[in-house]
Design a protein around this ligand. Sequence first.
Ligand SMILES: [Zn+2]
Length: 237
Amino acid sequence: MIEKFEVLRRLQSLTNKINEFKISQERRKQDVQEKKILVENKRIIAENKHKGKLSIQKEIDRKELDIKTNEGEITKYNVQLNSIKTNKEYSALITKIGSKKADMSILEDEVLDTMSRLEVANQEYEKATEGLRNEEKILGDLMVCVDTETKETDNEIEKTKNEQKKYIDLLDEHSLKQYNRLSNIKGGKAVVPVIGNVCGGCSMNVTTQTLNELMGGKDLVFCRSCSRILYLDKNSD
Ligand SMILES: [Zn+2]
């Protein structure tokens, strides 16, 4: 017959196994969460690049409109030149035309300059979009992968729980309660080996009486320092 401490030790080992499965599931969920945040950041970057691009395009449109307005005024002044009466008026108009042409030249230079900036902005936007698409793809793959893993782990947890039931059925209600209470208090470490006369839970020396109980008794033996359930480690001396 399997000894009570051994039943509890196996029960504990299965509980720890389930906890490890759950921790690994949480970790993978965390991976997905982190990737989602990364994708969201990439999306914001791409959106900002898009806004930047549009704003430069607007700047070009405004300047081109200014050029058209200037062209219109120059045409108007040229028509006026035909009906000029005095030399003074004539040279005043010529000066105006000259000034408008100078403005135009500056505007045209500015348009060229802004167009180069637009080209850079377009490239940056393309790059940001591509980066976003890549990360979205990686996230999608990761989610599928984690989903499959989670289902597999859920199955493993279910199997382990069924296995636990076999051991739970072997225990009396009182021992099970004692074990569960200890397991909750001691963070899943309720059953510990005695190695070299030392409790594997609290590292305190166990008394000779406790050792005698462990070697002779059939019932559960508790550490007098930390109250954990003890068993003799067969591998130790
Ligand atoms: Zn102890």
